[in-house]
Design a binder for this molecule. Sequence first.
Ligand code: SF4
Length: 383
Amino acid sequence: MTVTTIGARADGSAIAGPPPAADVSALILDLQAQGLRLETQVERRTGGAGPTDSGMLWVEGFQITAPVMPSSPYVLESEDEGYGIYRDGVRLATAAAERRPRFYDRQTADGIPYWQIALLHLDSLASTVVQHCTYWGNDDQCQFCGIGVSLDSGRTIARKTPEQLAEVAIAARDLDGAVDATLTTGSTRGVDRGALYVARCGQAVKEAAGLPVEVQFEPPYDLDVIDEVGAMGIDSVGIHVETFDPAVLARVAPGKARTGIESYFAAWERAVAVFGEGQVSTYVILGMGEDPELTIEGCKRAVDMGVYPFVVPLRPVAGSLMADWKPPTSAYTTPIYRRVLAYMTERGTMNSTTAKAGCARCQACSGMSSMEPVLQIGRRPGA
Ligand code: SF4
């Protein structure tokens, strides 16, 4: 385990040793709430649908994304070997930052840079395969989403082909050690809501690069579509309700609210039958004004049916309708994580190591995996 200087005595001498798991978890939750100031260059992601405007790093071996905030009390500083996280001059933890992936320097035969096709989020290759959504730019737009932002800025292309994604996945695996692929899509008005195209892309990635693949989509109008996605060899799926509080869903995601929370449960039930327990996940965003009890009850119901509730703090995306919001405090998120994790442990069906691919496998946007060692469950740092 890394030996880390975790503080200083009154006389200025260093206190050395690995920080206790509880301190690391508390730090990670607070970094996700209060962000991080950068006194050094790290790979970061701006705009878009995923962990945007974030520094992506490893803190004491845990993958995390944290918002880059100039007002944060936490500072990432470069050291002789790697990085340290400091607060008020006291070193709190060892960090490692993502370097610029090597595959970003490549391009397709027709001149499209690989980084416009897919990005590396720590060790996961990620892409929004269709950058248009039927909800975007009208009254239905999800307020937390930034899917149109990166397209408008020219950082990506509107539609990636299965062949392009397969080519990039091989390079990301070979040059940068990508271990899985996470593919998402804007929603269509078709019966499949876009699920079949993103699954075709996933199938191409899996066949070419052999990486486990998660695809993400809205509940299809015809649930048989989920069987078709399974038949394409996809490993995991994300079908994201975003919040279990119906009033908040109606306010922040009117299109999803019209689909209705019960339709998510119906889609999850079919998906668990196809992909297995813990291979189906949903984002559950904290900090949008939701009722914590409704949130926890919804997570428990999801766990009961084999769905992994991937609980994350709101990460306000520049250019989104919630750009001016702030992430929730760690005082708010900590007890919710703790109660959801305690319930998962009691049920014993899944933890942060269960998903084969995707956001629930990576875990960087949530504080859940860092809390597992504190509760004596799940993964250890760096695992
Ligand atoms: S459904 Fe909502 S979150 Fe998903 S891409 Fe469309 S606007 Fe964004």
